[in-house]
Write a protein that binds this ligand. Sequence first.
Ligand code: SAH
Ligand code: SF4
Length: 392
Amino acid sequence: MTATAPITQDVMTLPRKLPEGGPLNIVGLTREELMAALLAAGTPERQARMRMGQVWQWVYHWGVRDFAQMTNLAKDYRALLAEHFAIVLPEVVTRQISADGTRKYLIRIAGGHEVETVYIPEEGRGTLCVSSQVGCTLTCSFCHTGTQKLVRNLTAGEIVGQLMLVRDDLGEWPERGAPKDETRLVSNLVLMGMGEPLYNFENVRNAMKVVMDGEGLSLSRRRITLSTSGVVPEIARTAEEIGCQLAISFHATTDEVRDILVPINKRWNIRTLLDSLRDYPRLSNSERITFEYVMLDGINDSDADARRLVKLISGIPSKINLIPFNEWPGAPYRRSTPERIAAFADIIYKAGYASPIRTPRGEDIMAACGQLKSATERARKSRAQIAAETGL
Ligand code: SAH
Ligand code: SF4
């Protein structure tokens, strides 16, 4: 661990190889994209908007995967759809269930890459933690994902697909004819899995448009939280184009320490980051900004840190989420003691902020924050081997 660690690691970023000429996957297309695709497939112009709405409802409200089941469409139109389109989700490779009920899914996406999705059931709600990239180009020194060398952006379909496949697993699609059931097993979504969502802005935005759409998956923007390490130029855009809640991986109260923990700080330092946040709640109609703060023994957990933290964020409507460090094999840090965390939390609380301490969930299956990493550690493979596998 040195202060001169690069902001981004030496990664191999793979372009996605698109299947040629095959059917187009509907999952992840925005309404506009779906309508354009239906027109291109031969849908008469004056019907296109209505057909788009019908297909949309089947796919995202009812969870239907087979065009033959879209019974309000004429038979020959269903055949046309089946010829040009597909409704496919990433494949679930393994599913592990923790003693606390947390479910971790290892999913395989095009090209054979793997990411993780975690479902966390709680009293009265259920949170889905989705990934936005395979690996991460950033090099936060306490994060397991940041040590993975292979990086590829997920498509919008692969992001939306994570929610859909978890709903499949939980049996959460509505049943036709049954009385409306308002309980939601997946009631909240957090972009806190693998990857830096703001380095994959367009796909994340389009995926969230699909997820927020009231005639489909229908998760309100208030129940979606995007976590970023601090990609300042994309923060205002997140407010304007997505409007979801924002969480910031803050983790340190001086630039000296944050440069090491969250190296993107060398590009956009604490002051620049905080300035970019002042307008966020107003621009996005969101409530408060969450400051995530990982508790690392002897590194960022002193009383002085707690006092500096409170001072730094004053004037920004915010809450602070303390995350006990989750260890991973070879991690260079240790978790702060429970007494230290409690003392830190107390200073924040007395300054007038809610300071919940995040209970680690799914630790027994390595599903907790920062522990995610493709099980098949691809960094160990040679570049030539990876290239051969992905057909590049
Ligand atoms: N890349 C984004 C989102 C994913 S990380 C970001 O950094 O915000 C989700 C949260 O888990 C972040 O706050 C991250 O800093 C934190 N985290 C990473 N590794 C961790 C670990 N080992 N223990 C506890 N939290 C960790
Ligand atoms: Fe990437 Fe976030 Fe991990 Fe940093 S904490 S390496 S930004 S996933």
